[in-house]
Design a protein around this ligand. Sequence first.
Ligand code: UDP
Ligand code: MG
Length: 224
Amino acid sequence: MVIVPWNSSIPAASASSSSLPVICEVVFVLGAPGTGKGTQCQLLQERLLSKEDGSEQHQLWTHLSAGDLLREERKSGGSELGELINSKISAGELVPSSITVKLLENAIIKSNQETHCSKFLIDGFPRGQENMQAWESTMKHHTIKFVLNFECPEEVLVGRLLERGKDSGRVDDNMEVIRKRFKTHQENTVPILTYFGKQHIPLHTIDSAKMVEHVYNSVEPLFL
Ligand code: UDP
Ligand code: MG
């Protein structure tokens, strides 16, 4: 077992401590790297709108990418924390769960305060049993509506990720780390899919090898 020499120093979001915890509905969006989690979550956030007559329409679901939150924290966090996140991402391994869950918790609180939206698409999390346990220890009051799981042949994913790597600027979009990310996904994320069933959390597996709009047409009805 790897013991990570790090103590949680991510401050809590600036919610007043006397306020009750906001109860949200979440959808976990999973799938190997390159399956289109972020792309589909963006479209859902943009296109699923309230239908109130007269007043301004607003988004029903907010997209939160665990990977994006970690990359942001790497930039703005203290050097020790930033280095730890960077070393894990660069190795295609998982960042300690306490860090990721704290960032998600802060992002949910902040976003809810700003937009009053209480439905979240959690993209790229939980990636393993330990992630799930960490979520359950502090975030169990939120309802997990269902889990979306994207599947796509590995050769298609490699093509997408190498294409993205040309201008993504990401340290992990290269062949060596892509292989490690696939391995981490197989070993850590795939096994927890059966856990959701045991918890009576619906799991929707979607074939995401097709064109973006085609995939979107399979995903959107799950939210209507
Ligand atoms: N990561 C992590 N825990 C998470 C989400 C991401 O440790 O809950 C790390 C992990 O190293 C992963 C990287 O961040 O390989 C990039 O994640 P992202 O979701 O951005 O990649 P994608 O799957 O979308 O290509
Ligand atoms: Mg992504």
